[in-house]
Design a protein around this ligand. Structure first.
Ligand SMILES: Cc1ncc(COP(=O)(O)O)c(C=O)c1O
Length: 478
């Protein structure tokens, strides 16, 4: 048996997914550059990895962590006083005063308490540490929540409603949890809004195939950049209540809303401000992460979920499942604490912290507008404005000839487009099935990149696109 035959079908699906294939091709092209490519480097705008895009980490967070990892730095005269005080406090919260010790499986109680205080302040609604579960990233948290729901076989298998388009990581994650994916189409022409009719349609279409038990929402949306308003959130909550669905709400980009007249409102806040029949009954799990736009500490692997209106047995299940992980990486947990309780006005690190996080927000807001305007001027491209998050999701209206080439090569239109863009111009854009129900063709572009990188990406993209539409594209050997 060859190693390929040995691979588990799920692993194979991830390995063969368009995004993975494109990433492998990007690596291959990077190795080839010095030999034969007209560009000096491959630029990856397919996924959100702020630090890989060379945006600077938040200094306060890194300074405090540096001291926590190497407490001798408490004596360092160059570090601000609030950094040392905070590091000392965090070390006291760790067993043995060291980041090297295990923590409770649901996370350090000090950090869970900080998160509860952050949520209480954000929403004006009380939050409790015992409802907070810290995990190695929000994806892990989503997996735990979905696995809890997964049961049945055939028509009784658990179904989870997911947006189309959805984050590209969601497919393999839910597939691994062995649930039926039930896509609901987002309304592109309305800026990718969630529409009630589409939720009902999705549910109707799947009723005889599975038992829908949950609905997943990404707000602010990945890859759409849409941010729901209060009315839209209320509608989804009412829908979930009527259909007895658990709400799984991914709010990782809550720190990056820049749309005009738009603000981030959490599902928890809206739910608890609704009538008792909702506020006291609708089961909600909301997720947040250190991989958020302003922190961008994706590699530290830390996130959390807040669970409300759940049976105590379910809370026990969460705790118990996390026991399997033994302990979430401690530096990540401490970084979460710093994310939710940053320096306050008057603290020595406050000004720099504000400068750095405002810079990220300004970069996002500026790039979102610039890229959207740029794309809408390209022939055969239309792009909805983003209100938050770190992506734009432009639509490509490709000529028939290109679609036929893709068909001949057994590729989706967007995958062929991205493959050619990568090979000819060294730009890696996101392609693949983001859960689209229609066969429209879109690209996912991460806009959280420095402005000179963006200049380069737009120049290469435009040159490739115009050449492609001018008919000079040559199909890659299959
Ligand atoms: C919608 C969404 N949720 C969550 C995450 C972060 O996941 P994690 O916390 O596991 O890094 C991302 C990407 O960074 C995302 O786009």
């Amino acid at each position: 048996m060859t190693s390929v035959q040995c691979v588990n079908p799920r692993v194979r699906r991830i390995r063969d997914s368009p995004q993975t294939v494109l990433q492998n091709l990007a690596e291959h092209i990077t190795k080839e550059i010095s030999l034969q490519k007209p560009f000096k480097e491959v630029i990856d705008v397919s996924a959100g990895d702020t630090h890989r895009a060379v945006l600077k980490p938040v200094s306060f967070l890194r300074q405090v962590l540096a001291v926590c990892v190497y407490p001798a730095l408490l004596e360092d005269k160059s570090l601000p006083l609030d950094v040392k005080i905070r590091a000392q406090k965090l070390l006291e919260a760790c067993d043995g005063g060291s980041v090297g010790s295990y923590t409770a499986s649901s996370g350090l109680s000090h950090v869970r308490q900080s998160i509860a205080e952050f949520i209480t302040k954000r929403d004006g609604i009380p939050s409790f540490a015992e409802n907070i579960f810290i995990c190695a990233g929000s994806q892990r948290a989503i997996m735990i929540a979905v696995k809890l729901l997964a049961s049945g076989e055939g028509t009784t298998r658990t179904g989870v409603l997911i947006p189309a388009p959805c984050p590209h990581t969601l497919y393999p994650l839910l597939d691994e949890a062995d649930v039926v994916l039930v896509p609901y189409q987002l309304m592109e022409e309305k800026g990718w809004a969630v529409e009630l009719d589409k939720l009902h349609q999705a549910l109707q279409a799947t009723r005889r195939n599975c038992e829908p038990r949950a609905i997943y929402i990404s707000n602010p949306g990945n890859p759409t950049g849409h941010v729901q308003d209060r009315k839209s959130i209320e509608e989804v909550i009412q829908f979930a209540a009527a259909e007895r669905l658990i709400l799984l709400v991914d709010e990782v980009y809550q720190d990056s809303v820049y749309g005009k007249d738009r603000e981030f409102i959490s599902y928890k806040k809206v739910l608890f401000e609704m009538d008792k029949e909702y506020a006291e009954t609708v089961e909600l799990v909301s997720f947040h992460s250190l991989s958020s736009a302003c922190m961008g500490e994706c590699g530290m692997r830390a996130g959390y979920m807040e669970v409300v209106n759940m049976d105590p047995e379910v809370m026990y299940y969460f705790d118990n499942t996390l026991c399997g992980d033994i302990s979430t990486p401690v530096t990540g947990q401490l970084a979460l604490d710093l994310m939710v309780i940053p320096p306050q006005p008057g603290d020595p690190s406050y000004d720099m912290y504000i400068q750095e996080t405002l810079f990220t927000l300004a970069t996002l807001s500026h790039n979102a507008k610039r890229v959207q305007e740029f794309l809408n001027k390209l022939p055969g491209v239309s792009c909805q404005p983003a209100m938050g998050g770190i992506y734009l999701f432009p639509r490509l209206h490709l000529p028939c000839g290109i679609k036929e080439q893709a068909k001949l090569l057994g590729l989706k239109d967007d995958v062929l487009y991205c493959q050619k863009l990568l090979e000819e111009e060294g730009v890696l854009a996101g392609a693949g099935q983001y859960g689209g129900i229609t066969d429209s063709c879109h690209l996912r572009l991460c806009i959280l990149v420095p402005s000179d990188t963006l200049d380069e990406v737009l120049a290469r993209l435009s040159s490739f696109h115009c050449r492609l539409l001018g008919g000079t594209v040559t199909p890659r050997d299959a």
